[in-house]
Design a protein around this ligand. Structure first.
Ligand SMILES: [Zn+2]
Length: 180
């Protein structure tokens, strides 16, 4: 079966930077709903569209087509009192430090902690990097009606609906709270 809109694709992958330094070894395959649902990077979908099980390739994706250029304006310094304890460099928070609810919620990573200040970086950890994906298609199947309606994959390696269902999450993440 060929990869097309509304198929569920299982891809083994390895992710490196442009100098071939390994970023992610993809021990778990990526399983995504194909067809512009933003389940994976558009360049990956473009590369795999029309391909079948067994197809493999290596593609390089520039920052503009991946996680964007690094934006120094997304680095914020916040009073430590605004953040929960315990606090460590590398922790991630979702939200807008300014409480601005006109914008989408962002992920901030703690990059530095001083006595009473915390540096939060809103750039994606892979921002500014060219990414090299080694891809190998392991499975292709038809998506279920429910998966198409939800715009994501269900089951084994896909999305699980728990107590915190993702339906209706849009726009109510203005508070800063830990996600890891
Ligand atoms: Zn769902």
């Amino acid at each position: 079966m060929k990869i097309a809109k509304n198929t569920v694709v299982t891809v083994n992958y390895k992710l490196s930077d442009a100098q071939d330094n390994l970023i992610e070894d993809g021990r778990q395959p990526m399983v995504y709903l194909h067809g512009g649902y933003e389940n994976t990077l558009p360049k990956i979908e473009e590369e795999l569209d029309g391909k079948e099980v067994g197809y493999s390739s290596i593609i390089q994706i520039e920052p503009d087509d991946a996680f964007g250029e690094y934006d120094p304006a997304l680095v914020k310094v916040e009073p430590r009192s605004r953040l929960p304890e315990p606090l460590e460099v590398g922790m991630q928070f979702e939200g807008m430090p300014d409480g601005d609810d006109d914008e989408d919620a962002m992920i901030f990573t703690v990059t530095d902690i001083a006595d009473d200040k915390v540096v939060l970086d809103g750039n994606h950890p892979l921002a500014g990097m060219a990414l090299r994906f080694s891809l190998s298609v392991a499975d292709v199947r038809e998506a279920t009606d429910e998966e198409i309606a939800h715009e994501h994959v269900h089951g084994a390696h896909g999305h699980h609906h728990g107590d915190e269902d993702d339906e209706g999450e849009e726009g109510d993440h203005v508070a800063i709270h830990p996600i890891h």
